[in-house]
Write a new protein. Structure first.
Length: 318
């Protein structure tokens, strides 16, 4: 004969089980609340979960890199006048980098349509792959583009032998570079579009134009002119020629950029022309170039802070 459990006993068992589960749930809730209550009692606050972390820029002088590498890429000149002009700019860059920035010849890579190391897309990919492999976080990389560019609705292009590469493809070339110091000088027309694609934290991206300016640029000519003045001044007097710098025997990337922009502005004023290029600099990783970057100790995210800390120590001629 089956024994039946009284209904009252079933109810007591269910209530006992429910109470046990409720106790466990309350214990878990209290365990998560107690640390918050303690933090609140100590005067601490818990930021909202979606609040982004505060980003600050270190203003201390940067450590000198172990060694610097340089990549100079020259596009299609178009005619003999510009071919000669581009050659002169490259010679100046090589001499300035070797004398002032401590870039050795073996660490200088020059790609032009005129030499064995062509500046076509395949060669660019091979060279940048090699640089990405060789360069460590303790090293530095400076990149210069000299030539012509253009823009369309979606991209900006730098004109090289064979198929051109757009701004996004250029960004891919340097995606694996680990150098703590990275300085890019894009001097062609339409180079302002390269800023957004190449921008990343701890990288300086300089462009000769804003994103929509497509006229031939004076920027590389002015840049080479300033560098030639520094080289000539040192050869003649043993002292470097400084630009926009209050510190003896050194020049920052920011002051050099400003000097070039001032020279470009002076050129258009002297010719009574409306300026068709406005140099841009981005060094806070937001992908937005600033035409006249200013250093501020109160605003950590403004462009120019990192560029002001990248300093080239101009050496006396021995």
């Amino acid at each position: 004969m089956n024994q039946c459990v009284p209904r009252t006993s079933q109810c007591d068992a269910l209530c006992s089980t429910a109470s046990w589960r409720l106790c466990i749930l309350m214990s878990l809730i209290l365990a998560t609340m107690i640390p918050r209550i303690q933090l609140h009692a100590q005067g601490s606050t818990i930021p909202p979960p979606d609040e982004p972390p505060e980003v600050t820029v270190n203003r201390a002088p940067r450590v000198e890199p172990r060694q610097r590498y340089a990549l100079i890429v020259v596009g299609i000149p178009g005619d003999e006048v510009r071919r000669d002009r581009f050659r002169g700019i490259v010679d100046t860059l090589e001499n300035w980098l070797a004398r002032f920035a401590r870039v050795t010849r073996k660490n200088t890579f020059v790609l032009t349509p005129d030499n064995e190391a062509q500046s076509d897309a395949d060669t660019l990919r091979k060279v940048t792959t090699e640089l990405s492999r060789k360069i460590s976080t303790e090293d530095a990389l400076w990149v210069f583009s000299i030539g012509h560019g253009s823009v369309d609705e979606r991209s900006a292009w730098f004109h090289i032998p064979g198929p051109d590469l757009n701004d996004a493809q250029w960004a891919d070339l340097f995606a694996e570079v680990r150098a703590e110091e990275q300085v890019f000088w894009f001097t062609q027309a339409g180079s302002g579009r390269f800023v957004k694609s190449l921008s990343r934290p701890r990288r300086i991206v300089i462009a000769a134009t804003d994103p929509e300016e497509v006229n031939e640029t004076r920027f590389p000519v002015i840049l080479a002119g300033i560098m030639n003045e520094q080289l000539a001044g040192q050869q003649e007097t043993g002292e470097p020629v400084l630009v926009n710098s209050d510190t003896p025997e050194e020049v920052s990337v920011l002051s050099l950029f400003k000097a070039v922009c001032d020279g470009v502005d002076s050129h258009f004023q002297s010719e009574n022309l409306v300026p068709t290029e406005h140099g841009q600099l981005d060094d806070n990783g937001d992908g937005k170039g600033t035409e006249s970057p200013e250093v501020s100790t109160e605003i950590d995210s403004i462009d120019g802070g990192l560029a002001d800390r990248i300093v080239i120590r101009l050496q006396r001629r021995v």
